[in-house]
Write a protein that binds this ligand. Structure first.
Ligand SMILES: C[S@@+](CC[C@H](N)C(=O)[O-])C[C@H]1O[C@@H](n2cnc3c(N)ncnc32)[C@H](O)[C@@H]1O
Length: 359
């Protein structure tokens, strides 16, 4: 279905117009964001029936006329507002979504707070395969991962809101899929704040969970787990999945990795899956829940994942991305595992690849 979009199907005029728009995307992004943060768009929304003039907005919000007028004019070509009468603005459907669509808000905050300045270093990141923009959010390291729980605001809130927005929506359906097999002990690799492990314990009274994550992240998760009195059911294994000697509990009958393997390069994914395959017992089931851009049902979702890839390039570690499912499945097969079930649209955007060791 998405293949329809990946064609050279614009006429010459449309093509020139689209590429000329692209030159100004970053400016228009900021303009749209500031129309939201200043409250200008909300005032236009409130007076959408009659329309509102720049002067009226100036009086309500106590902002300089110049700025209000300039933003409203750019809002016309972005498509956030339209003219209802002479100098009277009303809100478009796009403007409505900017105001009220949670995904848009989460994505815009992530883009602005975590990625925007870092993207200035994209070329360096591409040339050096390193997260050259990470320093822009105050981290001097090779990857963002050991620092997630100590990020400063607003980076921290925007990062976790973005991560959780997507996985939270997939979890209810994912629970039904994973618990069909009634796992007794599950490893939650890259368990982050513990949300999945906690959800599993709430879903099934008998399951025992072990979160595998980096030290600082496990400390943060542990607090949430203790607050809920789940410390006798959710355990922690602090370790680096990229190390060569990471031991994993032998008795796990299920291994869960959500939005995890996309944090690594292809050779690293091969290393992680090889290690898991070597350490697990032969009947363990592995569930890989990830977002693959080729599996999205609409263009906007695939576009967002390509944008997210650039976060990995410049901020996260310089060499990971949101993958095409074909590339992930190739690695799964290469390490001696096989996909036994392949389920799309878990929540809305995720795919679960249920894997076992090849017979
Ligand atoms: C994107 S988050 C995954 C969040 C969570 N599983 C979810 O679905 O929302 C990636 C997690 O992997 C962890 N991580 C990153 N690199 C790691 C490594 N080398 N070893 C172990 N954990 C790692 C991070 O600390 C973080 O908690």
């Amino acid at each position: 279905m998405l293949k329809e979009y990946y064609k050279d199907n614009l006429d010459a005029y449309e093509a020139k117009s689209e590429i000329q728009k692209l030159s100004f995307y970053p400016m228009m992004f900021q303009s749209a964001r500031v129309m939201f943060t200043t409250g200008i768009l909300n005032e236009v929304y409130k007076k959408r029936r009659k329309g509102i003039s720049p002067k009226e907005i100036v009086e309500i919000l106590d902002l300089p006329y110049y700025g209000v007028n300039t933003l409203l004019e750019t809002g016309l070509t972005i498509g956030l507002v339209y003219l209802k009468g002479e100098n009277l603005y009303s809100i478009t459907k796009m403007g409505f979504h900017l105001l009220f669509d949670e995904a848009t808000r989460v994505n815009m905050n992530f883009t602005h707070d975590v990625c925007y300045k870092a993207l200035f270093h994209l070329e360096e990141s591409i040339r050096t395969e390193s997260a050259a923009g990470l320093k822009e959010i105050g981290i001097n390291d090779k990857t963002i991962y050991p620092h997630l729980s100590e990020l400063e605001e607003p980076y921290k809130k925007s990062w976790f809101d973005f991560d959780h927005y997507y996985s939270d929506r997939a979890f209810p359906e994912a629970l039904k899929i994973v618990f069909k097999d009634k796992p007794k002990h599950m490893l939650d690799i890259g368990g982050n704040t513990g949300k999945w492990s906690i959800a599993c314990c709430n879903h099934d009274a008998d399951v025992k969970m072990t979160i595998v994550d980096l030290g600082a992240q496990w400390n943060a998760a542990q607090e949430n787990i203790k607050n809920l009195g789940l410390e006798n059911r959710i355990f922690g294994k602090v370790g680096d999945v990229l190390s060569h000697d990471l031991e994993l509990p032998q008795d796990a009958d299920a291994i869960w990795m959500s939005q995890f393997l996309d944090c690594f390069s292809e050779p690293q994914i091969e290393h992680i899956l090889t290690n898991i395959n070597n350490k697990m017992h032969k009947d363990t089931t592995i569930y890989i829940q990830d977002l693959f851009w080729d599996r999205q049902k609409d263009f906007a979702a695939a576009y967002s994942l390509h944008g997210t890839s650039l976060y990995f390039t410049t901020v996260a570690n310089g060499n990971s991305k949101m993958y095409h499912s074909r590339d992930m499945i190739k690695i799964i097969n290469k390490v001696g595992l096989e996909v036994v079930e392949d389920i799309d649209e878990v929540g809305e955007f995720h795919t679960i690849l249920k894997c076992r060791r090849k017979k």
